[in-house]
Design a protein. Structure first.
Length: 462
């Protein structure tokens, strides 16, 4: 059976509070009941004692006045049991019933007792009969019959007890209301957290507003938001990884075919240059270098994931840049983009893998050409070399294109992030991987209408 947390937390507390209120109110009501009953009995006992030992003549008028003060009814009986004076009409049968009731044991009045109940004139009375101490006016002995209205007794008891009980009911209602409000205030955030957990399970990782109260519920909400954020990032990583895996599976087969085609094309161009020497032989050599470079990339792509030792050597950065620019210059000329190279005064060298660094630089320069070709006039890509310190060198690739959009700027180096139509979004990710593999870093900034990618690498060590 479901046992809600609201009931678990608040029902025991509510029961304890209500039981406390009921016990306290019952004790107060009982004390008031005893106090009022004793007061009524004491007042009646004093009146009875006064009348039974009265030194003044008892008459109808005196009995009426005492009845008005005490609320009881009185009757004076002679020695034969006949009514001499009375404050109410008593028939013979009612008188006999009242005297029989007086003989029964009833309420204690201190020195005497009120007898049982008797019906007189459709009213119920508690009856008490005492002998008169002094004789009547004719010298005979008489008795005093006291009839105390039961409804007056009940009214006095209600007057004493009902306020206490009403106060208890009001207090209980207030406690129940406050408990319900507290339960709602406590359970509502938990329900929202439950709904957020269900949404996360369904793939909705939007954060939940954190409650204003600084308590455990706030901590739990912050933890759930943190978990949702981590799951969102993890899900994106899984999707990227799965996409890369699928691309890899498809790409390996395509790369094999492309490598064979590139090899055949390079061999055909070489045979053509041997059979038909011409003035365009330099352009054909560039095409052959491009095809050989394509073969190398495709071979490395097909061996991706299998460890192979990569040869490192001393590389002159200026020579590497000149080689890369010669490879991409036809694409830049076709796009009407000017390539500018500023090698700097120092001879800068690094220790690394020539193929990887060439790949990185080609990606950066071609990205610059793609960005700059949308410029109306003077489209340029500038490559600069700088020495940062004795142990660090910097390679800058700048273009005067429009630059990436603001929503892509923060995740520009992540895989599959691109705003180019038909682009895959792997070029800059591969460039960062190559730079970091050589102990360097790559960064991006947009200043003065120029987009600049800066690659810092350790300089060659002995």
């Amino acid at each position: 059976m479901r046992w809600p947390i609201r009931a678990q937390l608040l029902l025991p507390m509510l029961l304890v509070v209500l039981l406390t209120i009921a016990t306290a109110s019952g004790a107060v009501a009982y004390w008031r009941f005893k106090q009022v009953r004793q007061r009524e009995l004491d007042d009646l006992q004093r009146v009875t004692a006064t009348l039974s030992d009265a030194s003044f003549p008892l008459s109808q008028r005196v009995l009426k006045q005492i009845s008005g003060l005490s609320g009881a009814e009185f009757a004076i009986l002679d020695s034969a049991g006949q009514v001499l004076y009375a404050t109410l009409h008593l028939s013979g049968e009612e008188l006999r019933t009242a005297r029989r009731a007086a003989q029964q044991t009833g309420q204690q009045t201190g020195t005497a007792t009120l007898g049982g109940k008797a019906e007189v004139g459709r009213r119920s009375f508690l009856v008490h009969e005492v002998p008169l101490v002094r004789p009547l006016a004719d010298g005979r002995r008489g008795t005093l019959l006291v009839l105390y209205p039961e409804d007056r007794w009940s009214a006095a008891v209600r007057e004493a007890v009902v306020p206490s009980l009403l106060a208890a009911v009001v207090m209980a209602a207030v406690v129940v209301g406050m408990t319900a409000l507290l339960a709602r205030r406590l359970v509502a955030p938990i329900k929202r957290l439950g709904a957020q957990a269900a949404a996360i399970a369904a793939g909705d990782f939007r954060p939940l507003p954190v409650p204003a109260r600084n308590d455990e519920i706030r901590d739990l909400a912050a933890s759930i938001n943190s978990m949702a954020d981590q799951l969102s990032r993890y899900g994106q990583q899984v999707r990227d990884s799965e996409r890369a895996r699928l691309l890899g599976q498809l790409g390996v087969g395509m790369a094999h075919q492309l490598r064979n085609a590139a090899t055949g094309a390079a061999m055909a161009i070489q045979l053509h240059t041997q059979d038909c020497p011409s003035a365009d032989k330099e352009d054909l050599q560039v095409a052959i270098r491009q095809l050989r470079l394509m073969e190398s990339y495709l071979q490395r792509f097909m061996s991706f994931g299998r460890w192979q030792p990569v040869p490192h050597e001393s590389l002159c950065l200026a020579g590497l840049v000149e080689e890369v620019l010669s490879l991409v210059r036809p694409a830049a000329t076709h796009a009407a983009v000017e390539l500018v190279f500023s090698p700097g005064a120092d001879q800068l060298s690094v220790w690394g893998d020539a193929e990887s660094l060439r790949h990185m630089l080609i990606n950066l320069v071609l990205n610059g050409v793609e960005a700059a070709k949308s410029t109306q006039n003077d489209a340029q890509v500038v490559v600069q070399l700088q020495r940062v310190s004795a142990s660090r060198v910097r390679l800058l690739v700048k273009d005067n294109g429009p630059g990436p959009s603001a929503d892509l700027a923060e995740k520009l180096f992540e895989p599959f992030v691109t705003n180019k139509e038909g682009g895959v979004g792997l070029g800059l990710s591969v460039a960062r991987h190559i730079a970091e593999a050589h102990g360097g870093s790559i960064s991006f900034e947009r200043t003065d209408n120029w987009t600049c990618f800066a690659v810092e690498l350790p300089s060659e060590e002995p």
